[in-house]
Design a protein around this ligand. Structure first.
Ligand SMILES: NC(=O)c1ccc[n+]([C@@H]2O[C@H](COP(=O)([O-])OP(=O)(O)OC[C@H]3O[C@@H](n4cnc5c(N)ncnc54)[C@H](OP(=O)(O)O)[C@@H]3O)[C@@H](O)[C@H]2O)c1
Length: 269
């Protein structure tokens, strides 16, 4: 995809399910990458791209840096920014992709983990944008891509903090866009439905009645990322990758119409 060729792209959560697909598709597109993930992922992956879990052979120069930073706190976000500054390179696109989830009823999930979800999924994005935005504004260009979720527009029981964080990402990105579009900075928000990555195996608390999703409902991470990159290239603000995400997006929009019709037909609301 020509849009990404020669651009410097920062990806958080780079070695997770979506992150790896971003790496491989963006390397194919000729982008240069700054990769960030949590420090615990550093054990099996060392060096500057030499043993990355994606084929980089012959494209090592496209990996500008691998930065290990815990984005659940201010120190980790500052560390990512400081390491980036040391590179002496600019950034054109930031893919805010790092995220965590815990399943279960709100009261069964330890409060510190409910807070950690908000810290990793939302506050880290706010912190990183505060650090990186002045440079994008100065250059009057840039593109911020946010991984929200269908849970960012459908309030989702048994994932209350997760859903709160993803609604937050959506409103933060949209409100901020109102301030930064005049500087030529683009915004894209992505709303994946369930996709086959390790986040689906997140720890559960209590005895939540989460029904198992039929395999065909879960989208492939590679397809989600392809759709994201195509949508962002076209300058789309809201990107619904896959059938179920699109249906849910439409259903939420049609809901008032459907309720009104049900009332007309004599159903109680
Ligand atoms: N898969 C889905 O069904 C789905 C649906 C909608 C939205 N999403 C969103 O898509 C994004 C990517 O998720 P994924 O599905 O690819 O899940 P994933 O495979 O679990 O990847 C998440 C990545 O975020 C990293 N991360 C977690 N905590 C971090 C921290 N404190 N500091 C820095 N990095 C941290 C993880 O590192 P470690 O592995 O080392 O912890 C991992 O590399 C998330 O924002 C998620 O909410 C996913």
């Amino acid at each position: 995809m020509e849009y990404y060729r020669g651009k410097n792209i920062l990806i958080t959560g780079a070695f997770g399910g979506f992150g790896l697909c971003f790496i491989s598709q963006l390397l194919d597109s000729g982008a240069s990458l700054i990769l960030c993930d949590a420090p615990q992922s550093a054990i099996p992956i060392r060096g500057r791209g030499k043993s990355l879990p994606v084929p980089v052979s012959g494209r090592e120069k496209q990996i500008l840096s691998v930065i290990w930073a815990d984005l659940s706190n201010a120190e980790g976000c500052n560390r990512l920014y400081e390491e980036y500054r040391k590179l002496g390179k600019g950034v054109d696109i930031i893919i805010h992709n790092a995220g965590i989830a815990f399943g279960g009823e709100y009261v069964d999930i330890p409060p510190e983990l409910n807070e950690k979800i908000i810290n990793v999924n939302l506050i880290s994005i706010m912190r990183l944008n505060a650090l990186f935005l002045p440079e994008l504004i100065r250059h009057r260009s840039g593109h911020l891509i946010y991984m929200s979720s269908v849970a960012g527009f459908v309030a989702t029981p048994l994932a209350v903090s997760y859903s709160t964080s993803k609604f937050g990402v959506r409103s933060f990105a949209m409100a901020l866009h109102g301030e930064i579009r005049k500087h030529g900075i683009r915004t894209s928000i992505v709303y994946p439905f369930f996709s086959k990555t390790s986040i689906l195996n997140s720890q559960r608390f209590g005895n939540p009645q989460i029904s198992t999703l039929p395999g065909f409902c879960a989208t492939s991470p590679a397809d989600v990322v392809t759709c994201t990159l195509k949508g962002a290239k076209k300058g789309r603000m809201h990107i619904c990758p896959g059938f179920f995400s699109k249906v849910m997006w439409l259903a939420v929009r049609l809901h008032p119409v459907i309720s009104a019709q049900r009332k007309i037909q004599g159903y109680s609301s």
